[in-house]
Design a protein. Sequence first.
Length: 438
Amino acid sequence: MSEPVFEPAADEALPPVSFRAPTGTRDILPPESARVIALVARFAELCRRAGYGLVLSPLFEDVAVFRRSAGEESEVVKDEMYEFADKGGRALALRPEGTASVVRAYVQHRPPLPWKTWYVTPAFRYERPQAGRYRQHHQLGVEVLGTEDPDCDVEVIALLHDFLRALGLERLELKINSMGDAVCMPTYRAALVAYLGQHQSGLCPEHKERWRRNPLRVLDCKKAGCQQVRVGVPRLADWLCEPCRMHFARVRAGLDAIGIAWRIDDFLVRGFDYYTRTTFEFAALALDAAQNAVGGGGRYDGLAEQLGGPRTAGIGFGCGIERVLLACDAEGALGDLGGAVEVFVVDLTGGGAARDLTHVLRRAGIGAERAFDARSMKAQLKLADRSGARLAAIVGASELESATVTLRDLRADQRRQSVVARDRLLDEVRSWLAVPAQ
Ligand code: HAM
């Protein structure tokens, strides 16, 4: 793969450094990281309400786990995996996605079914970096093992839908498709191969090479040649066997019943070989089409068996945290998260009062910050402003002597200030904070 076209802009106000985050990766720093915390917290709460439990598993696995699940011919395995040998000579790979690890963990531990799980994880893919496409990205996801019930497909899709909508995203499109099963997919595949054989000269250069080994990939190829060939291609929907057809109909009816709009996309085959039956993807229409998939997934009823377990149905999705944040920026969603502390203690007596009062406030559940290094009053008030605190609790020589604190409302439109007894500080702060913002 040729070298990337995308490097995050260097900050010209800063001196050059010897080391930068590797190409295609980025540091997520405060305050942006507060948005990541908010996403994870909201996702965790939605999952809790729906009966999903958190799975934490190793970031690296035997390389065969990913090869067998995603498929040797998938782009992720062929071109993008971060593979390495450890000091014991084991062939390992950094996780390019979350599903394979959860299914491997299922096969290893055999929890009671249905097993409803969620995760938050970095994922590593050696892709061509650009805005919204990174070599390390982060996913929120769920996986459910042990049920073929189409209502479970609806539950999983609804979870992602409700998560995205609750963030304030409105310009979303849900695309769905069915990939069939071990009965109907091989017949469809044969029909597709026959069709592509007749039209191979029109395919893009990459698929001229690959169409026989992985004909399904032609369906979601964005290049002009393949798009042209696609026009008359056999439609998977026409080849579904009766059980798959009924399953898909029940999923669509379920989405209708709970008011989730969908559109069938005959070409939604997605990038992993493990998919069977339902596939789905949410596009954020406010983003560039090339990187607007904010989350997607589907069924993988044969995957546990492929990884050496018993035949066990499964379904899940992965949702890209960075993409969701880009979509929120584009739609002006997830604005003020209110992560600031409530009180900034300004200490003009050497720091002891700030040490003690921040401790008291924090123990009482009130966010409190302070300055270090005995800064000037002006410098401390500047830091107080930057912290976003509502109140300053100021201790100077006179307050120290009289066991008092001067409370000041820091909001620009407020002039309130008064001296309160130090042993009444908690009550006073609580009552000042209860005053609604005007
Ligand atoms: P995926 O579609 O490859 O599916 O990735 C899930 C989501 O991760 C995408 O919709 C996108 O938001 C985000 N994403 C993927 N690659 C990148 C990247 N290079 N940079 C930034 N964001 C990215 C899976 O990974 C499957 N494991 C989903 C699944 C779960 N299927 C069944 N269960």
